[in-house]
Ligand binder design. Structure first.
Ligand code: GDP
Ligand code: CA
Length: 319
């Protein structure tokens, strides 16, 4: 079975671990969000690609969900001693090495997809990880500041401002000019199953779908498309996805996220058991829906979630 997963960072990566356990023989291709990418200290940082790579490759800081295990912070401290910022983005010493290798390869002319493949040769994530595009796409968030309405980089909004000010719009700058990376459209065309893990619907999956050709390829794929809600009990399980949903005028509920993707994309949707009351509304919109536990509390729970997605796909296929 060929499975394609459109993934952001933590939510996508943790789900993928369960999927690998639930479908050990499947060939899994991950299309990773690069709208979160940021240039810091002259280095290209790809937070979502790295979270997937480190999580599946055994290098992640488990408690934090991002960054390397056993990290030290000497470079950050030395930069601060020089008064060189920003100081709000956490790059540890081990993590720095990844960004140095990536930036060096990009400088030598390799596209991000080839660089990602090279980095994965070390980490052996057990999936094929492809960035959504080799072209630069940068998510910006429109906020009100003392100097008026301004667009700030997504990381500045998310990490520095902790999404505490209202967002008026979310713009994937450059997406309209971007092309899907080599292998992305082919993987979608050849897939038996496409999964939307419980990743952020706006700034993770939404950004991937904003690359021209990808939304069309998902909608037109022969594969069954199943999504898992990142919203449980009308709140994000982790992070501030509610702020991003508000910015695009979508209510923070499992049913509203399903309606936002729509029956044109989704062939099935999983909500948490606490949201079982919304199953009927989702089904009324033409999307088969089931309520199952959707909290990735441990590996067993996560594997069960992936299995539920595979089961729903099977049921949809048998129609
Ligand atoms: P990010 O790039 O690191 O923000 O990660 P993603 O976009 O892949 O995933 C973020 C989303 O994952 C958030 O909206 C969370 O609500 C969701 N999430 C995190 N943990 C869980 C979980 O255990 N269950 C579900 N259903 N969603 C989760
Ligand atoms: Ca992200």
């Amino acid at each position: 079975m060929r499975i394609v997963v459109l993934a952001g960072g933590i939510g996508g990566a943790r789900f993928l671990r369960g999927l690998k356990a639930a479908a050990p023989d499947a060939e899994i291709t991950v299309i990773g969000n690069t709208g979160d990418d940021i240039h810091l200290f002259g280095l290209k940082v790809c937070p979502d690609l790295d979270t997937v790579m480190y999580t599946l490759g055994g290098g992640i800081n488990e408690e934090q969900g991002w960054g390397r295990a056993g990290e030290t912070w000497s470079v950050k401290e030395e930069l601060a001693a020089y008064g060189v910022g920003p100081d709000w983005f956490g790059l540890g010493d081990r993590d720095f090495a990844t960004h140095i290798v990536r930036t060096q390869m990009i400088g030598a002319g390799y596209p991000l997809s080839a660089v990602t493949e090279a980095l994965c040769r070390r980490w052996q994530p057990g999936v094929r990880l492809i960035p959504m595009s080799d072209d630069r796409v940068e998510t910006h968030v429109l906020i009100d500041t003392d100097e008026g309405r301004r667009a700030v980089h997504f990381q500045e909004y998310w990490v520095r401002l902790r999404a505490e000010v209202p967002a008026h719009a979310v713009v994937p700058v450059g997406a309209d000019q971007a092309k899907p990376a080599p292998g992305v459209l082919e993987a979608l065309a050849d897939a038996d199953l496409v999964l939307f893990p419980p990743s952020n619907p706006v700034v993770s999956i939404g950004t991937i779908l904003a690359v021209p050709g990808i939304r069309e390829a998902v909608a037109g794929a022969e594969a069954v498309v199943i999504g898992l809600s990142p919203i449980v009990g009308d709140a994000p399980v982790r992070g501030m996805a509610d702020k991003m949903l508000a910015a695009i005028g979508v209510e923070t509920s499992a049913a509203a996220v399903a309606a936002h993707y729509g029956a044109g994309l989704l062939d099935g949707w999983l909500v948490d058991t606490v949201d079982a009351a919304s199953v009927a509304a989702v089904e009324a919109s033409g999307i088969p829906c089931r309520a199952v536990p959707l909290l990735m509390t441990d590996e067993a729970a996560t594997t069960a979630m992936a299995r539920a997605a595979l089961d729903l796909a099977e049921a949809v296929r048998e129609g």
